[in-house]
Write a protein that binds this ligand. Structure first.
Ligand SMILES: Cc1ncc(COP(=O)(O)O)c(C=O)c1O
Length: 347
């Protein structure tokens, strides 16, 4: 039997995703007489407005939304290649859907463990249809480029007639770092995907925003791919709730992440990447093999009911591994000293 979780440092803990509690929280968002398509229409309007784009469209997953965006850019512009960081979500976690389903090719830019630079982009010689930028770059600790670099990277693409696409799965979490309106960040991109269930702590789902023509073409692909879910209201109503409750708390989440990282680094057993988190998501480099870290997390859960990430990534050094921490509502419940002590027990 799965151990009981009493408190959790995991963003997608089953504690937070409990269907009964979720449905209760949704009741006020879906008053009697609500038309079944209303929450989705309201969400699309609200996100188009927040992101400063003429149109926005619900997708069941970010995976479908992003492959669709890249497909539409490629069909319009011609080249089948898109440039992106070597460790982006499409390459690592989507079974090469961009290639198998859409005939697209990924041109990696930059080092595996760093953000890409303008010099890396200048090294790209082949024609591209799109530049995909992931904000923050999840797999390397949730790093964000400085604003001037972001402007330079997107200008590089625009100067060459290459479409710019934002993987904004965590745009909500990235925004306090830039201290600019969401629309100001989104303005650098032709298409923007945002997630409805990560920082917003919704159920699932995604939205793709852009100009009307692009979003209309994306809508055709959404139907072709089987993603035109008419009554998506459980997902979109949960996202509306998240916009009201979680979005205003992103800076507080980031500040708590900074406090947790400071305590972990001061303790000295493990080290965070980056040293000062840019977003509520950051990585903890632990001086123990991944298997030992996951076994310790399991033991802590069984003994105390405290849930830590069940997965640790390996590194080239077999005696070091990394875990990803994300501060949302559940992690606010932990003091920095408590988290440093829990991390110290991962051995
Ligand atoms: C950076 C990034 N992009 C895209 C996605 C895809 O989102 P979805 O799970 O909705 O397909 C994820 C999901 O974890 C992600 O972390």
């Amino acid at each position: 039997m799965a151990p009981e979780i009493r408190r959790s440092l995991v963003q997608h803990s089953r504690l937070r995703r409990d269907p009964h509690a979720r449905l209760r929280a949704l009741l006020d968002r879906v008053p009697p007489g609500t038309h079944p398509t209303r929450p989705t229409a309201e969400l699309e309007e609200r996100l188009a407005d927040l992101l400063g784009k003429p149109a926005a469209l619900f997708f069941p997953t970010g995976t479908m939304a992003q492959q669709t965006a890249l497909r539409v850019h490629a069909d319009r512009l011609g080249p089948r290649a898109f440039a992106a960081h070597p460790r982006n979500h499409l390459v690592l976690w989507e079974e090469q859907g961009y290639q198998v389903v859409h005939g697209l090719r990924h041109r990696p830019v930059g080092d595996h463990h760093r953000l890409f630079t303008l010099a890396d982009l200048d090294g790209v010689r082949e024609p591209l249809s799109a530049l995909l930028v992931e904000l923050p770059q999840r797999e390397i600790g949730g790093l964000l480029p400085a604003w001037e670099d972001l402007v330079a990277h997107t200008s590089w693409a625009r100067d060459r007639g290459v479409a710019t696409h934002l993987d904004g799965a965590r745009l909500w979490e990235a925004q306090p770092f830039y201290d600019r309106p969401h629309a100001g960040i989104a303005a650098l991109f032709d298409t923007v995907y945002v997630s409805l269930y990560k920082g917003l702590e919704g159920v699932r789902g995604a939205v793709l925003a852009g100009d009307r023509e692009t979003v209309d073409l994306a809508s055709v692909w959404r139907t072709r791919l089987g993603g035109a879910v008419t009554d998506a209201w459980p997902l979109t109503a949960a996202a509306l709730l998240g916009l009201d409750t979680a979005l205003p708390r992103m800076a507080a989440y980031r500040d708590h992440a900074v406090a947790l990282a400071a305590a972990i680094n001061a303790d000295g057993y493990a080290r965070t990447v980056p040293e000062v988190p840019h977003t509520p998501l950051f990585h903890v480099l632990v001086p123990a093999p991944a298997e030992a870290v996951t076994a310790a997390a399991r033991r802590i859960l069984e003994e105390t009911g405290v849930e830590l990430p069940a997965h640790a990534s390996t590194s080239p050094d077999p005696n070091r591994s990394a875990i990803e921490l994300t501060v949302g509502e559940p992690a606010l419940d932990f003091t920095p000293a408590e988290v440093a002590e829990l991390i110290r027990a991962l051995r």
